[in-house]
Write a protein that binds this ligand. Structure first.
Ligand code: COA
Length: 310
């Protein structure tokens, strides 16, 4: 394993493993065969989302997701997970043995609402309401949902969430969110990845490190949160290590130059103007991962464009 992962040495623990929650028909034929990378050597745990035996695993994914996204009013309804995530795509992430869970982590994995699900089988007592963590073999600590699109080679990153956002700093597993998405992209041989996040979200610090980030939408009133950035990256594992070592991305600086414009993640007007420039085909426009990493979440970001090709 690359020594760049020294900051994430939990990756070497035996009681934490990558997982894929995928229906057998959607399984990747040759996982991890496209991107050259030696980060993910452990055999992932594979679980089938449509199997009743794995209901507890799905329930804990929901608990984690609901706590992480609830405050932003974006918790995922169960039908969205079923219809739009596990049927067309799959979920990847890291899971731990119950013995590895600290009291804080256990608290973060507790469902907020009861009953989390409604079904006649459950009410007749055949299925227990929520299986206890200690009865599970593996417990999810993060989730990354990715869905293939009609555009060949392009996938949509639909959801990313890690337990780090719910536990005190000293209990966090550095890089858990970043490595969950990295693992999913690597495992599924994803060449192009699009995604959506809200301006000012810490997630942009992660999303900008999987390849040079093109902004394909700067304002999205079609979404329930209009202040959403829509991006696309050509997945490039050379960018990934920079998340850990904070080295400048020379290839980015060589290919893209700053425009005289910036985007203010606190201003809807700024988003709207940026969106208009995109729609006038003045782009393509990019953001710099190095700049995003250095800045506070509410600071203005420089808009980059491709340098003149001679
Ligand atoms: C956003 C999220 C996925 C990040 O995952 P994570 O496991 O917390 O983050 P990682 O350990 O992989 O990455 C750590 C880096 O992100 C930064 N980061 C994470 N949360 C942050 C926050 N709230 N504010 C500022 N930076 C933050 C860290 O400072 C660190 O950067 P550094 O190396 O420069 O110090 C996670 O916080 C989360 O689940 N949030 C709630 C749900 C959400 O908003 N998801 C994103 C939707 S697209």
């Amino acid at each position: 394993m690359s020594n760049l992962l020294a900051k994430a040495n939990w990756m070497e623990r035996e009681d934490i493993r990558p997982y894929v929650f995928v229906r057998p028909e959607n399984e990747i034929a040759y996982p991890g065969s496209f991107h050259r990378l030696d980060w993910f050597k452990k055999t992932p745990i594979v679980k089938a989302p449509l199997s009743l035996n794995e209901l507890a695993f799905a329930d804990r994914i929901y608990s984690l997701e609901e706590r992480a996204f609830g405050p932003a009013d974006m918790a995922m309804p169960r039908w969205v997970f079923y219809d739009c995530a596990v049927m067309p795509g799959f979920v990847a992430g890291f899971a731990a043995k119950p013995s590895a869970l600290t009291p804080e982590i256990r608290k973060a994995l507790d469902p907020k609402k009861f009953p989390a699900r409604q079904s006649p089988i459950h009410t007749s007592g055949v299925l227990k309401e929520v299986q206890s963590l200690d009865e599970m073999d593996w417990v999810p600590l993060s989730l990354f949902i990715i869905i293939p699109t009609m555009h060949k080679g392009e996938w949509v990153a639909h959801n990313l969430c890690s337990i780090n956002s719910l536990v005190p700093k000293e209990e966090q597993l550095y890089g858990l969110g970043f490595l969950s998405k990295a693992f999913g992209l690597w495992y599924a041989n994803v060449e192009q990845c699009s995604g959506m996040t809200q301006w000012g979200s810490p997630a942009l610090k992660l999303h900008s490190h999987y390849g040079h980030l093109e902004v394909i939408g700067a304002y999205a009133p079609v979404h329930s949160h209009a202040k959403t950035i829509t991006y696309r990256v050509q997945v490039n594992t050379k960018c990934w290590e920079k998340f850990f070592n904070k080295q400048p991305d020379l290839a980015f600086l060589e290919n893209y130059g700053p425009t005289d414009k910036s985007i203010d993640p606190t201003s809807e007007k700024s988003m709207f103007e940026f969106q208009q420039r995109i729609e006038r085909n003045e782009g393509p426009f990019f953001l710099s991962a190095g700049e995003i990493a250095q800045k506070n979440l509410d600071e203005k970001l420089t808009i980059y464009s491709q340098k003149q090709q001679y």
